[in-house]
Ligand binder design. Structure first.
Ligand SMILES: *Cc1c(COP(=O)(O)O)cnc(C)c1O
Length: 354
């Protein structure tokens, strides 16, 4: 039986994408060859790369606005340093909203001064800081749009002349934003776009070429842009599968359509968390993420029963991250509302039993 997969990442992808990707492993487009054995310079693969890059820009509403999309390797974690390598001349600002922000800050410090403009560490990152001011002399401001571990999500980004860099690993393509506010957007594929192994980086070209330091080729956005994201062998299967997911999203109606579904899923789980006296939400209400819902069981004695009930209902991957505890239901784009309803049913069954 197919499970309801609430795993935080790698995570659920559309079933039809799994089917198509597995077929392409055996025989790509009736070519008698697998997608993973053909040359990355072949027309078949170059077409895949080009479609993936253009779908990403199209879905984000960034076509013709001076942006380039790249599919790189090294995960979002490499972007922590690569963004700084390419942009940080003297000083950058970071909003610290959790573990991923902290990791990004640590890397950026290797390249220049880092100002922690705001932080929610004082409350174990259960909220998004607001009402801070941004110094005007920064090379860029860095955000983590969705805090996968803590279940918080930035709803409003600042209006500022400082270029914005954003780690959107866990909520890219999930909600409408004015993406043209950002100079760099990056996202590891394995949260909302594809299998692990590639990272989408969307770069506004006019932000590049402004720093003095030498950049190694593999870490230089301009090198990857000039080679059409094919400077070296790209992760062909991860790019192909991401492309299939982006096609799926486009067919569904794009970000506005999926956002509507994501809001419904969020409402469903959070109303249960709020109404069911056995559970308590972790993130403050106004900053709750529609991608990762974090909550705890008030009575730890019920944990074993709840875990068993989840297992029996085919619910997978709801254990919270060790730094938060409790539970985390990750509800990425491909998760159906029926799967969220299955989890909500178990939560209300527990209330009836307890
Ligand atoms: C998972 C995650 C990362 C790390 O991604 P890798 O691809 O494993 O390097 C970074 N930022 C956020 C917000 C994440 O959710």
């Amino acid at each position: 039986m197919k499970k309801h997969n609430f795993s935080a990442g790698p995570c659920i992808l559309p079933q039809e994408v799994f089917k198509e990707a597995s077929q392409a492993i055996l025989d790509y487009n009736d070519s008698g060859l697998s997608i993973i054995e053909i040359s990355h310079r072949s027309k078949d693969f170059v077409d895949v790369m080009e479609e993936a890059r253009s779908l990403a820009l199209e879905l984000l509403g960034l076509e013709g606005k001076g942006y380039k999309a790249l599919f790189l390797q090294g995960g979002a974690s490499t972007q922590f340093l690569m963004a700084a390598y390419n942009l940080l001349q003297s000083k950058a600002g970071y909003v610290n909203t959790g573990s991923w922000s902290e990791k990004a800050i640590k890397e950026a410090k290797l390249f220049g001064d880092v100002v922690e403009v705001a932080s929610s560490k004082d409350a174990n990152f259960n909220y998004i800081p607001k009402g801070y001011s941004i110094p005007s002399d920064l090379d860029y401001m860095h955000y983590t749009s969705n805090n996968t571990i803590f279940g918080t999500q930035v709803k409003d980004f600042p209006v500022t002349d400082v270029p914005l860099v954003c780690d959107m690993s866990s909520d890219i393509f999930s909600r409408q934003l004015d993406f043209s506010k950002f100079s760099i957007i990056y996202a590891g594929a394995q949260k909302n776009m594809g299998p692990a192994g590639t990272t989408l980086v969307v770069v506004k070209e006019d932000i590049l070429g402004k720093i003095e330091r030498q950049i190694p080729s593999m870490l230089d956005y301009q090198v990857h842009i000039s080679k059409g994201s094919m400077f070296n062998t790209p992760p062909v299967f991860a790019v192909y599968t991401s492309m299939l997911t982006l096609r799926w999203l486009k067919k569904l109606g794009g970000i506005s359509a999926i956002e509507e579904q994501n809001e419904k899923k969020g409402k469903l789980i959070y109303s249960e968390v709020d109404l069911n006296p056995l559970f308590k939400g972790f993130a403050v209400k106004e900053d709750r993420s529609n991608m990762n819902a974090t909550f705890t069981l008030l009575n730890e004695d019920l944990k074993e029963t709840f875990d068993t009930m989840c297992k029996e209902a085919g619910i997978n991957g709801v254990n919270g991250h060790r730094s938060v505890g409790g539970y985390r239901a990750s509800m990425y784009n491909a998760m159906t509302i029926e799967s969220v309803a299955a989890l909500v049913d178990v939560m209300s069954d527990l209330e009836r039993k307890a």
